[in-house]
Ligand binder design. Structure first.
Ligand SMILES: *Cc1c(COP(=O)(O)O)cnc(C)c1O
Length: 427
């Protein structure tokens, strides 16, 4: 498989080059040359395979000969090792729970696959790579967990002080020897700006090989297509399923479009958003108008100019996108009352992101005799402060208890670039 920049169809890269570089020089995004299909035989016999085996089949054409077949199989075993249950919530609505991994969010999948790739690509060199991550909570936790045993990678995480939950902060700070997290005196945007500035600073790039771990990287976003197979293993492939995806940067939804292109009978997909509703607006009127970010309770979806939109537009024209996708958005008030209503009516506790996808699906299916799946992208326990507003208490999963038994040292840093730079200039 060749990869190209969305801005240049002349210069080809292989999977390894696209992963290591992250972003093309021209500031487009890397995209695969085409979207490969799986054989009908596999699609019709999904339950004969484990999710790791399906991942191997699906990803093989995307990685090409950059990874050997055995190595890819091994990476898939290490990535898709936890359960991805499809839970019936109503007669025709299912939750695809993506939060049973180490950091309790779907980002565990992409972060793990990326970490395995980076480590393998640097294995035979004497080089070390520094992964810089700005996080509003979930990305950093997934990266901290995924890179724990990556000797070739040092991870530096920046998060806004006081703006991530207690559980998220513990996940960030208890990452392991090669992972350090810093609480920045500022907002998430400040964290992101520090990281961006470092990437452009030659004093730093002469000293360190920098890499990012967000869904711009093809090794993070493409493997996310694999869990779309899981509901079909349970519900069969005779009928199409509608998928509703709580969206921020649209890596997750774009991965679903890849799964659909591979031959899964995915019907419409719903772009479920909070007040940051650029994509639902685009689907309504065909014009894409990025906005400044609005802070909400579902803060992992607070994105005013989603990076993966460029990829969606690369593969499909506006007309096709308007046919494939349905837009939906909910404000904080609707989000809160939705959580309570679903808990009371169907005893299902959704997280502040998944609930928006649930409500979008409920709304769409009202007049239809079809089945749908919403993606539950994180465990509710990561957002206790949201449930405080509802007087609800979320029990911690047993596996989270150890996070509370360990002491951690909180490292603080100003939002001043020179402070961050001097940290990166130390060996
Ligand atoms: C990151 C995240 C999202 C948004 O995913 P995108 O791929 O950026 O659209 C949704 N929900 C949760 C819980 C997240 O952590």
């Amino acid at each position: 498989m060749k990869y190209f920049s969305t801005k240049n169809n002349q210069k080809a890269y292989n999977f390894r080059e696209a992963v290591l570089q992250g972003l093309p020089e021209d500031r487009g995004l890397f995209v695969p040359e085409h979207l490969p299909e799986l054989s009908k035989e596999i699609i019709h016999r999904l339950d004969d395979y484990s999710l790791a085996e399906l991942g191997h089949q699906f990803l093989a054409p995307y990685v090409g000969d950059v990874l050997g077949s055995n190595q890819l199989a091994d990476f898939c075993e290490q990535t898709f090792y936890f359960p991805f249950p499809t839970v019936a919530v109503t007669d025709n609505i299912y939750s695809l729970e993506l939060f049973h991994g180490p950091s309790y969010a779907f980002k565990d999948v992409g972060a793990k696959f990326l970490s395995l790739c980076l480590n393998a690509f640097y294995e035979d060199t004497d080089k070390q790579v520094t992964v810089l991550v700005a996080t509003s909570g979930d990305t950093g936790g997934a990266v901290a967990a995924a890179f724990q045993n990556s000797p070739k990678v040092e991870v530096i995480i920046l998060y806004p002080n006081g703006k991530v939950s207690d559980l998220q902060e513990r996940q960030l700070c208890l990452g392991g020897d090669n992972v350090s997290a810093y609480a920045i005196d500022g907002t998430f945007d400040d964290c992101q700006n520090l990281v961006k500035q470092a990437f452009l600073d030659q004093d730093i790039t002469k000293k360190r090989i920098l890499s990012s771990a967000n869904s711009i990287n093809v090794a993070r976003f493409i493997p996310q297509a694999v869990y779309y197979f899981a509901p079909f293993q349970v519900l069969g492939t005779a009928e199409e399923l509608i998928f509703s995806v709580p969206s921020g940067n649209y890596g997750n939804l774009t991965a679903g479009l890849l799964a659909q292109a591979a031959g899964l009978p995915i019907g419409k997909m719903i772009a479920a958003s909070n007040a940051n509703d650029v994509v639902p607006r685009f689907l309504e009127n065909g014009s894409y108008q990025p906005k400044t970010t609005i802070p909400t309770l579902s803060n992992a979806m607070d994105v005013g100019n989603p990076s993966n939109f460029v990829r969606m537009q690369h593969f499909f024209d506006t007309d096709t996108l308007q046919k494939k996708l349905i837009g939906y958005s909910a404000n904080d008030q609707v989000t809160l009352s939705g959580i309570r209503r679903l808990k009371e009516s169907h005893q299902y506790l959704a997280d502040p992101h998944g609930i928006i996808a649930y409500m979008a699906l409920e709304n769409y299916l009202k007049t239809k005799n079809e089945k749908g799946v919403f993606l539950e992208t994180a465990h509710p326990c990561k957002f206790q402060s949201v449930y405080d507003q509802l007087d609800m208490n979320v029990p911690l999963p047993e596996s989270a208890a150890s996070l509370y038994e360990q002491a951690f040292e909180k490292k603080r840093l100003s939002a001043n670039y020179e402070d961050f730079k001097s940290l990166l200039m130390q060996v």
